[in-house]
Design a protein around this ligand. Sequence first.
Ligand SMILES: Cc1ncc(COP(=O)(O)O)c(C=O)c1O
Length: 453
Amino acid sequence: MTQAAISVSTANDYATYVNPQWQRLLSVLGMDVAYDRCSGAELFTADGRRIVDFLSGYCVHNTGHNHPEIIAAIKQELDRTGPAMLQSHVPELAGELAARLCERAGGRLSKVFFCSSGSEGVETAIKFARAKTGRAGLLYNQGAFHGLTCGALSMMGDPFWRGNFGPMLPGTQAIPFADIDALEKQLATHQFAAFFMEPIQAEGGIRVPTREYMQAAQVLCRKHGTLFVLDEVQTGMYRTGPFLAAHHFDVEPDMVVLAKALSGGLIPVGAVLMSDAVYKSVFDSLRNSIIHASTFSENSISMRAGLATLEVLDRYRLGERAAHSGENLRLRLRSALSGYEMVQEVRGAGLLSGIVFAPPRQLKLRLPFEAFRKIHPGMFGQVLVMRMFRDHGFLTQMCGNNFMVLKVAPPLVVTSEQIDAFVTAIHRVVGVAHTSNAFWSEAIGLARRAINL
Ligand SMILES: Cc1ncc(COP(=O)(O)O)c(C=O)c1O
């Protein structure tokens, strides 16, 4: 079979045996391309295109795609033929990685539970918070994304994600993002084991709270005996400049959940960093030494990948680079997009930015905008994403819980030339949306394709 025939047949297998609806969606958006090779911020397609990644797999690829030093470390670990999944030994690499993570995190975070995904980390934090406080309730923010397992999903209010999956955990309560009065009112009921928060809300629209809010939230949580838990699955690992976004606000959470970028985007991993007091409330005796565990947790390949990822992040000073390039990127975007009525704001921290769009005021734009919003609230954003991909070779996405915010999150190794090219491209696409009927007729085409496929 030729290479082309193989890729057609494997794509068919995917549609037949895995997820035909996902393949249909990518096809509607013109994004169902085969990738041959991915390196740094660049993706090379089988038909010879070069795409620049400004999504990073939702903040997985902080070190860039397929970093050669991380690949070498994983290969070395495999060649070592050491103990893997033995489940009956002390995995030293887990100790080493946990120490490196706690050193960087600081504050009261001094123990780590490893797992294999962000959702599994959130589930762990829920259990540990309940054990520590003896309370069952969970507080979370409107617009949050904490993962799609049942516990994590119970802390996501959007009915879309809750689908037809039946009742969620009881005792959960949503509050408006960064509203200190709403937080205090709920905390005062003393029902809540933990307040879960993304320190910068990612899928909710790159919402950045103030330092005052974060510090006051921490004080109130302590006062009312509720654990302050930060979900740093997207914001951690230097994505926003410092190791944790918590460091922007000088807060000391009781638990932090990490995943995604922790293993260089090459192998599943998650980690829950916690205080000694939280740890001891679960692992309090020999009898309970494995009362919370997971088969793939602490596996040597993920642990080695995590250590190599931290080395790469350090060696190339990717946190400093994220802070610096991110600031530059936002300045450039603000200046390029300032004249457009549909661009409300450019916000973010480090290399996690959002371009916030607003419905147009001019009648000639407002009519098509509203018509398409009725068909699907995400239509406007998807045309932006599609044009960025097809016409300019940039992979982007709208925020999952806020279709009016384009997420801008390239790998931290992104170059200034790639940033320049991105600013030029988004300027052109936003310009077309404001001036040309073609943008809106494209949306009709998109709707038709979605219906006919
Ligand atoms: C902030 C946040 N928390 C948790 C999760 C869940 O992580 P995972 O998909 O690895 O289960 C995600 C996933 O996107 C996330 O963005």
